[in-house]
Design a protein around this ligand. Structure first.
Ligand code: ADP
Ligand code: MG
Length: 411
């Protein structure tokens, strides 16, 4: 799960990570009064109007603007940014509609650094990454000048050590600032480690982490992704009891993929992808293998999975119907591959769900079905007697090849 910058900063503040003063705004009026409030609090009229969307690169896309002319200018900028379709390198070409703003005090920046943390699954540790090349796309730094990214891995049994924090601080050249810049950094990164562990993050990113002209260190941007598997630790009740973030409050459904949201509510494991083959599979392992085999046979002809979908072992006919309807209603799907190995899941349940959905919405694209396992005969009978144009596949490879031929044949 992703959250907005201002929500990330609120969490930072709770853990003692220094952030600029700022207020979220949902309307132009709120933006204007936030700017006035900031001016009164900071004694400076410079504020930054920042689009809040679940994607980075907002500055380059025109979603982060500095207002030097006080609240009136902030209002004008808010009018421009609120409601705009913001396109960044992370949103895709269609962009993302701006529905919220963050109005923040403008700071005097000396240097823009990068600081991030993710889980390094190979090493089974949280890894911190820091770079003097902040404010720009870190992907670019990693690709072109990887030596400019410093890393430290944290041993989970002892946590982040001060020497590791200092190692990064020295690498970032923080000694050249005022006396306590290094110790500010050490404190900041220790707090950040606490956020990562306590709040169940998969990614934490501050780009840029800035050194101000006065030598102080401040998190100017905040990106947090949470580990969805930890959602039980962030229910309203759990949050109340532990003081951790309440994810129900932080969630912004308008930023989430509507189909993924629908799937989640139906209890299905669904991830949208960029390809053109709708996949209905049971079991996460088989679902991944299915995607691999479609890519294997389809790569050269531009055939790729449009989704990952694991209906699980205990899905009901209603869930299967729902899942199949989701695939059918996607305009990018040019063919559908149903690949089921009935172990706990029964093939007849799948077949009945597929037929019900296809009868309801109409089947306008080729459908290839590979069924094996429990009640396979009954499942095949249901499909055969349904009157739907279904191609049976004898195995996965055969199914994937049929799919590739079906899509190539449409061109
Ligand atoms: P994004 O990464 O989505 O582009 P950022 O929050 O990193 O958005 O903002 C982009 C740039 O705008 C920063 O690198 C910084 O130069 C400038 N900026 C952002 N917030 C402030 C602020 N409060 N004061 C001064 N400059 C800012
Ligand atoms: Mg940024």
């Amino acid at each position: 799960m992703k959250i907005h910058e201002y929500q990330g900063k609120q969490i930072f503040q709770k853990y003692g990570v220094p952030i600029p003063k700022g207020y979220p705004a949902f309307t132009v009026e709120e933006a204007e009064s936030a700017a006035k409030r900031l001016a009164a609090e900071t004694g400076s009229g410079v504020v930054v109007v920042k689009a809040q969307i679940h994607a980075g690169g907002r500055g380059k896309g025109g979603g982060v603007k500095v207002a030097k002319g006080g609240a009136a200018e902030a209002r004008q900028l808010a009018e421009k940014i609120l409601g705009m379709q913001l396109v960044t390198h992370q949103t895709g070409p269609e962009g993302q509609k701006v529905r919220r703003l963050y109005i923040e005090q403008g700071l005097d920046i000396d240097r823009e650094l990068y600081l991030g943390a993710v889980i390094d699954r190979d090493r089974r540790r949280i890894v911190f990454m820091a770079s003097t090349e902040g404010g720009v796309e870190i992907e670019k730094v990693a690709a072109e000048t990887p030596e400019k990214i410093l890393t430290v891995h944290v041993d989970p049994t002892v946590g982040l050590q001060a020497f590791q924090a200092r190692q990064l601080a020295f690498g970032l050249g923080l000694l050249k600032h005022k006396k306590d810049t290094v110790s500010q950094f050490v404190k900041l990164i220790s707090s950040l480690y606490e956020v990562f562990v306590e709040e169940d993050c998969t990614l934490l990113e501050i780009n840029p982490l800035v050194v101000l002209k006065n030598g102080d260190i401040v998190a100017l941007d905040a990106k947090i992704n949470f580990d969805d598997s930890a959602d039980y630790r962030h229910t309203p009740a759990a949050a109340q009891a532990t003081g951790r973030a309440n994810w129900d409050e932080l969630r912004d459904p308008t930023e989430e993929d509507p189909v993924e949201l629908e799937a989640k509510q139906a209890g299905l494991n669904y991830v949208s992808l960029d390809g053109n083959v709708g996949c209905l599979v049971n079991g996460a392992g088989l679902a991944m293998a299915t995607m691999d085999i479609i890519k294997h046979y389809g790569e050269k002809s531009g055939v790729a999975p449009a989704n990952f979908l694991d209906v699980g072992g205990g899905a009901t006919q209603e869930q299967v119907t729902k899942a199949f309807k989701m695939i059918l209603s996607s305009p990018k799907v040019k063919a559908i591959f149903v690949n089921i190995f009935g172990g706990i899941m029964k093939c007849d349940v799948i077949a009945a769900g597929v037929v019900a959905a296809a009868k309801d919405l109409g089947l306008k694209v080729p459908l290839v079905v590979r069924l094996e396992g429990t009640n396979v005969e009954l499942g095949r009978k249901i499909l055969n007697e349904s009157g739907l144009a279904i191609s049976a596949a004898s195995n996965m490879a055969d199914g994937a090849q049929q799919i590739v031929r079906a899509i190539s044949g449409q061109r």
